[in-house]
Design a protein around this ligand. Sequence first.
Ligand code: CTP
Length: 403
Amino acid sequence: MSVLSGKKILLGVTAGIAAYKSAFLVRLLVKKGAEVRVVMTPAAKEFVTPLTLSTLSKNEVLSTFTDEDNENAQWNNHVALGLWADLFLIAPATANTLSKMAHGNSDNLLVATYLSAKCPVYFAPAMDLDMYQHPSTKETFETLASFGNTIIPAAHGELASGLVGQGRMAEPEEIVSFLEQDILNSLPLKNKKFLITAGPTYEAIDPVRFIGNHSSGKMGYALASEAARLGAEVTLISGPSSEKIPEGSLQVIKVTSAQEMYEAVEPLFRNCDVAILSAAVADYRPKNVASQKIKKKEQGLVLELEKTRDILASLGNEKKNQFLVGFALETENELENAKTKLKKKNLDLIVLNSLNDEGVAFGANTNKVTLIDANNKIDSFGVKEKKDVARDIIETIIEKLNA
Ligand code: CTP
């Protein structure tokens, strides 16, 4: 999945011949899953029609402060448009519009929107080679860079004038790759490897029966999804769960038993930066697994159970520089029990769930957590959707990694 998926992208189109490529650009951005709106300078309509761009973006295209043909028209709100966008891309960006942007000359809707936008701004210049090299243009680029705007450099090639040199707008594919790479580079978990366990484990009694628990895997899947969204390379080791595999840079390994989970986790732990063990691993398993289905007898059945390996404690033992996070589900003396687990299992952070809290239940979409770090610093959060709880947990981990 592209990092552009779900992003609100405002495309500004100005009056250069490269405006014909805006149609391809809109199409590519929409294909990447972005929501696209287009604002044009009035002169840009000479090069590409608003109808083309509104059809491709599935949104009305704006170019003037009001609909000039409609006397009851409402003001096109450039402030709202600027605030709506997660990202403002001006492509093609002519020397004229760039100069207006650098000097705050908001005599059209596009530049007024630019001045109102709080999101990252990218611009892809398109002009003839001498214009591109002119000291005035270079000064404009520097001014815009000093505002925090990012240039997508023009390419070298044949220009509309027939001359050959730098000034051609980057191709739509290059612009989209540039945006993706720039966003990826700015993500807080870029280059970080996350190992996350989720769901229950099933411990076989015989070929048809098992000992399991009610864990749905929702919390672990939400954590995996959030870490991937923030740029981490995630491996999710999941026990039996019907949760949908999250999209993004994410590998999923499905396991069934505690032993299988351990065997999947252990070799990956050495090379990970952060391990979050949210799985509800069975503490016991049948000592002997019957090879055939156990038949019903007159008397009751006694199963002998043995302990499973505590995966979290094993990782705590072999931990070097990894940041290790465990979960604790408690019903009494919650804080004390969680603090004891944190120490005993050599963790950096423990996520405490109390079954006494409202909104905490197996299979629920909500959760309420308290985070305790290795210095016994306690952060309590309210009842939230699991995806928001995941956000709180991952944000806390980022803070601690950067501390
Ligand atoms: N865990 C694990 N392997 C196990 C059991 C638990 O990795 N065999 C991990 C869970 O993923 C969780 C943490 O240990 O992150 C806490 O599990 P929990 O069952 O609450 O605690 P226990 O240490 O097993 O203690 P108790 O059941 O007595 O509360």
